[in-house]
Ligand binder design. Structure first.
Ligand SMILES: Cc1cc2nc3c(=O)[nH]c(=O)nc-3n(C[C@H](O)[C@H](O)[C@H](O)COP(=O)(O)OP(=O)(O)OC[C@H]3O[C@@H](n4cnc5c(N)ncnc54)[C@H](O)[C@@H]3O)c2cc1C
Ligand code: FES
Length: 277
């Protein structure tokens, strides 16, 4: 883990504003490339960085390491209408410098003998899975990605712009299936696609909102399967000091920032999960 400075190489908005029924409006989603060799050289898929978003007076924010190329790393983040840190980050300009701490946490593990990997991304969940996909392809694994998006319609009933991560930016060589939520939010969830792929997969890796994990934990198709999930909870310090990210697991209390953010799906006591995520 290092305290480092990232120099902004590019900061591009790749998804438009998204109004979501019953949830915070997303102002857009950005792909931010930073030159930061200290962290880029050590990072593993599933790890994250704490980013000082503008002012030392508010806490750094956690973001997954989305991609790594040589000395550079990318973050993919959504900026929220009420989000001080993410709004600031969406406005950073090329050549400016940003304070970072990382790489933090324990990432995804691909087990020896696993060949077929199923990746499930709900919401902004492609953020940590992209890096995993590129590393898996480099090691000749087969990768399928189920990519979901919420909010096909605005609360007013008008259609929202399409909110899937652009396919042309995804790594080549993976099989992709996308799904968009219906206007009432009742159908079109990524979890609906899991049963169609699960028997093919040696391992499943997921990142998405808490209700997605709670549904997955109940799915008979996933019982006995190796499923790793990345938790995106609200964090304080990001390095095991404040205990603000503590969750209950079958093997006792765990801090998401230190023991996670990646956990086995069936290790977490989902009924007792109280953190905001
Ligand atoms: C390990 C980890 C990795 C993450 N990776 C990514 C990533 O790659 N891309 C990405 O877009 N996001 C990611 N997140 C979520 C991201 O950290 C939050 O969206 C961000 O901290 C919000 O900061 P803000 O300044 O915009 O909002 P704030 O100003 O901090 O908060 C505004 C309001 O939103 C609430 N809030 C803050 N964070 C969340 C949240 N996560 N869920 C629900 N309500 C919240 C606050 O309590 C407050 O009421 C990750 C989180 C974790 C823990
Ligand atoms: S965020 Fe402080 S202990 Fe995890």
């Amino acid at each position: 883990m290092k305290q480092a400075t990232g120099k902004v190489i590019s900061n591009e908005q790749i998804l438009k504003e998204l109004e979501r029924p019953g949830a915070r409006t997303i102002l857009g989603s950005w792909l931010l490339w930073l030159e930061c060799p200290e962290i880029a050289h050590e990072a593993r898929p599933g790890q994250f960085v704490m980013v000082v978003c503008g002012s030392e007076s508010f806490l750094p924010r956690p973001f997954s390491i989305h991609q790594v190329k040589g000395d550079n790393l990318a973050l993919f983040f959504a900026a929220y209408e009420d989000g001080k840190g993410t709004t600031w980050l969406s406005q950073v300009k090329v050549a400016s410098k940003i304070g970072l701490l990382g790489p933090l946490g324990n990432g995804f593990s691909i087990y020896p003998g696993s060949h077929n990997l199923l990746l499930v991304a709900g919401g902004i969940g492609i953020a940590p899975l992209y890096f995993l996909a590129t590393q898996a392809l480099n090691h000749s694994h087969e990768v399928k990605l189920i990519l979901g998006a919420s909010g096909a319609f605005k609360p007013s009933g008008e259609p929202n712009p399409v909110q899937h991560y652009p396919e042309e930016l995804l790594p080549r060589g993976i099989e992709i299936e996308t799904i968009t939520t219906s206007p009432d939010g009742m159908t079109g969830n990524v979890v609906e696609l899991i049963p169609g792929h699960v028997s093919w997969a040696d391992q499943v890796f997921a990142c998405g909102p808490l209700p997605m994990y709670k549904t997955m934990a109940q799915m008979p198709e996933l019982k006995g399967k190796q499923v790793q999930v990345s938790l995106e909870v609200v964090m304080g310090c990001g390095r095991g000091v404040c205990y603000g990210c503590t969750i209950k697991t079958k093997s006792g209390l765990k801090r998401v920032c230190e023991h996670g953010p990646v956990f086995h799906l069936d290790d977490i006591l989902w009924d007792e999960f109280t953190l905001k995520s």
